[in-house]
Design a protein around this ligand. Sequence first.
Ligand SMILES: NC(=O)c1ccc[n+]([C@@H]2O[C@H](COP(=O)([O-])OP(=O)(O)OC[C@H]3O[C@@H](n4cnc5c(N)ncnc54)[C@H](O)[C@@H]3O)[C@@H](O)[C@H]2O)c1
Ligand SMILES: [Zn+2]
Ligand SMILES: [Zn+2]
Length: 395
Amino acid sequence: MRSCVDGPDRGDGPVTADRTTIRAAVLDRPGVPTRIEELELDAPGEGEIRVRMLASGVCHSDLHVRDGEWERAGPIVLGHEGAGLVEALGAGVAERYPDLRPGALVALAWLIPCGRCRACRAGETWLCSASPSYTHRMPSGRTALHRPAIGGEAGDVLTYSAIGTFAERQNVPAAAAIAVNPATPPAVAALIGCCVTTGVGAMTKTADLRPGSRVVVIGLGGVGLSCVIGAALADAATIVAVDRIPAKLDLARALGATETLLAGDDDAETLAAIRDLTDGGPDVCAEAIGLPRTIELAIASLPTGGTALLVGMTPFGVRASFEAFPFVDGGRRIVGSNYGSAVPSVDFPRYAELHLAGRLPAERLVTRRIGLDDLEDAFAAMRRGEGVRSVIEFD
Ligand SMILES: NC(=O)c1ccc[n+]([C@@H]2O[C@H](COP(=O)([O-])OP(=O)(O)OC[C@H]3O[C@@H](n4cnc5c(N)ncnc54)[C@H](O)[C@@H]3O)[C@@H](O)[C@H]2O)c1
Ligand SMILES: [Zn+2]
Ligand SMILES: [Zn+2]
């Protein structure tokens, strides 16, 4: 069996690989710091490919797990916003996924459809309730990563959403790897894997914005700023960008926001300013943080017929409330948006082409380029609201 650890084989045929050693960020259990460890990665099994990671963004969903706000089994390699080069193919992949040739640039999807549940059968794969991605294992049920028996506790290691992108190399289900135009910068391809698809899709697909809409986006991280980009792509007439960090407002303007609003501690004041800037309230108010108070603010801001688009994710068990009578009387709506209602095989290449055409400036979201060892610093910066996306670049 040939080893392919020295780089991708650019030939046309299937490429096999040996077990290899990689560095990755492992979380033993939610709530403790990640550690960079050397792990053993199996050869890709049937229906799997090995990817040499080029870039991985750090998303707040990783931080939710890191900080113990979302329960997950461990040990697990976090990271779900990545891109890399196809390095080796497991059995059956070449026949079924002709795009996944060794050397192809792929953006990785954190949700692959099971193909059998009601949502998948209806073509709404972003609502899949039985996705193998949620098991954090390969679709076969196995894990491809292991702690070596010597120099630590031996055992299997899970991979977040079955892609675990905080790793130099990773085996992923072939269905999670979407080939994009190779001219796409790796950092942008990585962000297409989560925040770009989530935010742009929330506006253009879930909310299906009409041209001329009045839109508010609360929270301007990678997800919220992608909502701003999506609103601009959909020809919204008014885009009000709201955050508590002034630098985020400047970036939002550069990405298409027509108005910005610095949120202070007084939510009543923010609410009044939103109504003022949107001539009585927005058609769509997107919440891209995941806090009850900003979710309630988004709902309260709606005029008759308005929609609160919930994109931010709260810690498990958190509730938000609203006054029911005016909500019903005014025909208002609350809509959750998962993964920007994406069909990755269609939407990832499309977002990459929009970027290359200069219409989706995702590179502006990258505010720090870091190494794998800087992951905990990137989490700390995100907690402080500093910068937008930290992107890990692999050698
Ligand atoms: N729906 C989905 O499919 C999906 C996908 C990816 C991420 N998410 C979720 O989206 C959320 C945002 O992710 P991100 O990576 O952009 O996070 P982030 O931490 O980079 O951004 C959050 C932003 O909210 C701002 N903020 C915090 N409190 C605020 C307040 N009270 N008022 C105004 N602004 C405030 C921060 O300054 C920051 O700019 C997270 O909850 C994440 O889990 C959802
Ligand atoms: Zn994410
Ligand atoms: Zn399904």
